[in-house]
Design a protein. Structure first.
Length: 191
């Protein structure tokens, strides 16, 4: 019996030693948060992206834990139309002079087969922080075939109300305030 207890304790110690948190740095060349918002009360949809972002992901797949931190440079907002980009940066909409970044920080959750299914966190936009849960449509870690380093990638989706963040331009003339937010990332292992 004593040998069995020692054996079980040894196995638990080995399992604990094998569980580890790994850090992945978000690759800004392969990470572009995007959004889709109403234009003119249902007339059309405007889509844009943030061209500059940074951050990191930490994960312990065996323990089913991890974190996500993304910082978005709001001056890099891009609708594909220079006039709209300038207007979006102005005090009318995002006021990037006063609020130069937006951030999302959260915890990986709902692990199934070693991969998270959502990120529960907080989005800070226009100086306002609100809880937002990102649904993970996909999450995969594997070796990059080009450099053989481990890399994780994900496609996350959420719906927000932009007026909740103080970004309500056009509300008085019928623009809808709902926005689809998508954060697609690639993040190579840090070590």
């Amino acid at each position: 019996m004593k040998r069995l207890v020692i054996f079980v304790a040894g196995c638990l110690a080995i399992a604990a030693a094998q569980a580890q948190t790994v850090t992945y740095n978000i690759d800004p060349a392969h990470t572009y948060p995007t959004f889709e918002a109403d234009h003119m009360g249902g007339l059309s949809k405007w889509r844009g992206k943030i061209n500059s972002s940074s951050g990191k992901v930490t994960m312990d797949a065996k323990a089913g834990t991890g974190t996500v931190d993304v910082t978005m440079d709001m001056a890099s907002i891009d609708f594909g139309l220079d006039a709209m980009n300038e207007h979006a940066r102005s005090a009318d909409i995002f006021d990037v002079a006063k609020f130069p970044t937006a951030t999302f920080s959260g915890k990986l959750a709902g692990f199934k087969d070693g991969a998270p299914t959502e990120v529960q966190g907080n989005l800070t936009l226009h100086g306002v922080t609100k809880p937002v849960t990102l649904k993970l449509n996909s999450f995969l870690c594997k070796k990059n075939p080009l450099n053989q380093k481990e890399v994780c990638g994900a496609d996350a989706l959420a719906q927000i109300n932009r007026a909740d963040f103080g970004v309500d331009y056009g509300k008085d003339i019928g623009f809808k305030m709902d926005v689809t937010l998508r954060i697609s990332i690639e993040a190579p292992r840090a070590d």
